[in-house]
Design a protein around this ligand. Structure first.
Ligand SMILES: [Zn+2]
Length: 318
């Protein structure tokens, strides 16, 4: 076994995923356990440490053969200070010095990273972006998580908060966002926003095959909207197309700011495949300039739910 393996841990509110990677980002083994977040910080850290032991056992590696552990955690957090400031899905995770505490528990060097950044770095190191040097990743889920890799390095910004693309304002005075702003990108182009906007339109009196389910108070998701659009529902098709429009608008702005070679789309919405990528591409071409040949390629992520684990492991490399 190579002496340059690292471990990646992807800490989520429901599951903790872990894996061991070689220097190319290949997962040698991986496991997922329940977080049991309601049992508090100490318990969660112990479970993470137990997972590290399991991964070492599964690969037969000793501690001396592991260069470090990368932990991707929900934020806001500080990579530089190794502290999770606040994690809404992890009760008690307020100002937790996770890097120090986890290093003490595992006897390994620990690197703490924002989970969206870790996922972006995973796609850069071993996924859709392994042939490029500069990319932006957008994870389209509950919100929009982002990560920026510039010339081979994760860009964290001066306050460790770069890549919060979900809160770029895309509609002045638009839909309110829990962050306190109005008109944030994620209020228009995340998976959750697709379903929310359809429900609002139905409540506002518009017709849809989903109308009775909305009236019954059922919780709908983006898949329901996509399926309704496939059945010929005009409202669902319009909401889906508007989502692709806003997504393309965000990508136009990121093109001009970052000038990336690749924009990687990840998260729940990419399950729609070409029904997402094709309209996003055509809206992008319609809205973006043609005066310079600097358009990024727009592609789906390839690592799925392993991106965060692989990225965390690769960020732990010395
Ligand atoms: Zn916001």
């Amino acid at each position: 076994m190579s002496a340059t393996c690292t471990i990646g841990i992807d800490l989520g509110g429901t599951n903790i995923k872990g894996g061991v990677c070689d220097e190319r980002g290949t997962l040698l083994t991986r496991q997922s356990i329940e977080t049991e977040a309601d049992r508090g910080v100490e318990h969660v850290l112990q479970r993470m440490a137990g997972l590290v032991e399991e991964l070492l056992r599964a690969t037969g590696l000793g501690r001396s053969q592991v260069d470090g552990v990368g932990v991707g955690a929900p934020g806001p957090m500080s990579h530089a200070r190794g502290i999770v400031y606040s994690a809404p899905n992890l009760p008690g995770f307020v100002d937790v010095p996770l890097r120090e505490q986890f290093a003490a528990l595992t006897g390994l060097r620990v690197v703490l990273e924002n989970d969206a950044n870790a996922a972006a770095f995973g796609e850069f190191a071993a996924g859709a972006g392994k042939e490029v040097r500069t990319l932006v990743m957008l994870t389209l889920g509950t919100g929009i998580g982002g990560g920026v890799v510039l010339d081979g390095k994760l860009w964290r910004g001066c306050f460790d908060n770069a890549g919060e693309v979900g809160h770029m304002i895309i509609v002045p005075g638009g839909r309110p966002c829990p962050c306190g702003q109005r008109g944030c990108f994620e209020r228009y182009a995340s998976a959750n926003a697709v379903a929310e906007r359809l429900c609002e339109a139905v409540r506002g009196g518009e017709d849809s095959v989903l109308g009775t389910r909305v009236a019954a108070g059922e919780t709908l998701d983006a898949r329901n909207v996509r399926a309704a659009a496939d059945q010929g529902d005009t409202l669902a098709a319009r909401i889906w197309d508007e989502t692709c429009f806003y997504l393309a608008l965000g990508i136009v702005n990121l093109r001009h700011l970052i000038n990336p070679e690749l924009v990687v789309l990840a998260g729940g919405l990419i399950n729609a495949g070409p029904r997402l990528l094709e309209p996003v591409q055509s809206h992008f071409e319609r809205q973006s300039w043609t005066i310079a040949p600097d358009a990024p390629r727009i592609a789906a992520a390839t690592l799925g739910t392993d991106a965060g684990t692989i990225g965390a492991a690769m960020l732990a490399r010395v």
